[in-house]
Design a protein around this ligand. Structure first.
Ligand code: SF4
Length: 213
C-alpha cells in the first residue's frame, strides 16, 4: 500500500497524465502564437513559439493568455515552418504555456527544427528538471534540446539582470556545447515587434503590460 508521499506522487502523475490526454491533438500542436523573429528570447535571432495551456497559474506569469486549454491554433511543425520561414533564424525558442504538456508535438517540433532546418533549440518550462526526470516520455525531448530553462516563475525572485529568465530560481541546463549561460545575457529585457498588420507585440522578460498577438 502506498504511503502518504507515494499517494501524493501518484496523484500528481495521474493529474499530469489526465492533462496530457486532454492536450492530445493527434500530432498537431495547440499553439498560442509565434513571434517569427526575436533577439531577446535567447541567443541570436530566434523564432519564438508559444504553446497553449498551462496548469501552474504562477502569480505574475508574463503570459496569462496561454493558460487555458481550449484550442487556439492547431499546427503541425511543418505548417509552422511553412508559415514562418527560417531565413535568418539561428534557432527556435519554445515557451508557453507549458510545452511538455504537449510532449509528442514538442518532440516532433524539436526534431524538425534540428533535422530539417539545422536550428538550435531552447525550451522554457515551468517544470523543474527533477520533475522532468519522473517522466521518461518527457525526457525523450531532451536529446533535441540545446538549452533548457526550468522552473515556474516566482515573482519574489524576479530576475533583475539581463539574464534571459523570469526569476532567479529558474536554472539553465545545456545538453549540447552550442551555448553557455553567458550567451543568455540579452541586450534588454523587453522587445517591441511591429507586425506587417501594424500590431505591436511586446516580448521579453518583464511583465509590464506584455501583450502577445
Ligand atoms: S509555468 Fe510558466 S506559463 Fe505556466 S503559469 Fe508559470 S510562468 Fe506562466
Amino acid at each position: 500500500m502506498a504511503g502518504k508521499s507515494q499517494v501524493c506522487k501518484i496523484a500528481r502523475l495521474q493529474s499530469l497524465f489526465y492533462r496530457d490526454c486532454k492536450m492530445s491533438n493527434e500530432g498537431l500542436i495547440n499553439i498560442h502564437s509565434v513571434i517569427p523573429f526575436s533577439k531577446i528570447n535567447g541567443p541570436g535571432n530566434r523564432m519564438v513559439i508559444f504553446f497553449q495551456g498551462c496548469n501552474k497559474r504562477c502569480p505574475g506569469c508574463f503570459n496569462p493568455n496561454t493558460h487555458h486549454f481550449e484550442t487556439v491554433n492547431l499546427y503541425s511543425p511543418e505548417a509552422i515552418f511553412k508559415k514562418h520561414p527560417v531565413n535568418g533564424i539561428d534557432g527556435i525558442t519554445v515557451s508557453g504555456g507549458e510545452p511538455f504538456l504537449q510532449h509528442d508535438g514538442l518532440l516532433k517540433l524539436l526534431k524538425a527544427a534540428k533535422e530539417m532546418y539545422g536550428l538550435s533549440t531552447i525550451v522554457y518550462t515551468g517544470l523543474t528538471y527533477n520533475e522532468l526526470e519522473e517522466r521518461p516520455d518527457y525526457l525523450s525531448c531532451l536529446s533535441f534540446i540545446d538549452a533548457l530553462v526550468d522552473g515556474r516563475y516566482e515573482e519574489s525572485k524576479k530576475e533583475k539582470t539581463l539574464l534571459a529568465r523570469g526569476s532567479t530560481n529558474q536554472r539553465f541546463y545545456f545538453f549540447s556545447s552550442r551555448y553557455t549561460e553567458a550567451d543568455f545575457y540579452m541586450a534588454g529585457k523587453i522587445e517591441f515587434i511591429i507586425g506587417k498588420n501594424g500590431i505591436v507585440t511586446k516580448t521579453g522578460f518583464s511583465n509590464i503590460g506584455i501583450r502577445i498577438n
